[in-house]
Design a protein around this ligand. Structure first.
Ligand code: FAD
Length: 248
């Protein structure tokens, strides 16, 4: 397996967007989509998989950083969608549940290295539900026939909704059921049973930090070059906002 150029680094300075809510609705029982508009949104230059840093209002006052993936952008209509996992009663899901037309949110970005490398022969996604907006948007936009394997951890079988893609997609849904969200071996066990295909692969790992780390370690041991792996801890028990780089 040969080495592949890395995906682009995030920008040093981030553009600011004052997002205004157009509408909000549930797309799944535990997933709420908020559609925003903003001046100059037609000029937002991003790659599917990238995210915005939202300045989320906090109950104690002020705002805190919360990273959310761009789920889609209609440049002509200046409409941008973000999907919020309703994982609990915390600032971001609470804000999304209550979002009304006209509410505003400051966003910075785009940022992030989890984007499709077109030179890869195949792509592997390992995600939990927080990585699904990225997976869905990236797979909507890959060329027809792109070879993709996806291992997807969900809360329950209710979250297994169709994935729109022209890719040649094989996927495994792995429902937690009674297991709480957090460190677990669900995806890791499926990954251990998945032989890596020949050719240049690219892996996209997004989810709870310790799970992402275990997936990365497995793939490195299995022979995938580190440069062919983008891995980021999207959340972690006890961690408030932000994200963990998983590069070891
Ligand atoms: C680049 C990037 C892109 C992301 N994209 C998305 C996205 O598109 N949609 C999305 O829903 N999330 C996404 N996330 C994850 C999201 O930013 C975090 O889940 C964030 O912590 C949510 O903020 P909060 O206000 O709900 O919780 P916080 O105030 O940050 O945390 C409060 C508590 O909730 C726990 N917690 C946080 N998230 C979860 C979770 N998913 N499940 C269980 N417990 C949790 C924390 O560990 C903490 O104990 C992304 C993260 C990154 C880094």
């Amino acid at each position: 397996m040969t080495d592949m150029p890395t995906t682009p680094a995030s920008r040093p300075t981030l553009d600011e967007w004052l997002l205004s809510v157009v509408e909000a609705f549930d797309v799944e029982p535990r997933l709420r989509r908020v559609v925003f508009t903003a001046d100059a949104l037609d000029q937002l230059d991003y790659r599917p998989g990238q995210a915005l840093v939202l300045r989320m209002p906090l109950p104690e006052g002020g705002t805190g950083r919360r990273d959310y993936t761009i789920r889609g952008l209609d440049r002509q209509a200046k409409r941008l969608a973000i999907d919020f996992v309703l994982h609990g009663s915390t600032p971001a899901p609470n804000w999304a549940r209550a979002a009304q037309a006209g509410d505003t949110l400051l966003a910075l970005g785009p940022r992030g290295r989890s984007v499709i490398a077109p030179q890869a022969d195949w792509h592997l996604f390992c995600v939990d539900e927080t990585g699904m907006p990225a997976l869905r948007h990236m797979l909507e936009t890959v060329p027809a026939g792109t070879i993709v394997h996806a291992l997807i951890e969900t809360a329950s079988a209710q979250d297994e909704t169709p994935i729109e893609t022209a890719a040649a997609l094989t996927r495994s849904w792995l429902a937690r059921g009674d297991i709480p969200a957090g460190p677990n071996a669900l995806v890791l066990e499926a990954l251990r049973a998945l032989p890596l295909s020949a050719g240049r692969g690219q892996a996209h790992l997004m989810g709870e930090t310790s799970n992402v780390r275990s997936w990365r370690h497995h793939l490195v041991q299995a022979g995938l070059p580190k440069t062919a792996i983008t891995s980021e801890g999207y959340w972690r028990p006890g961690r408030i906002g932000g994200h963990d780089h998983v590069d070891d």
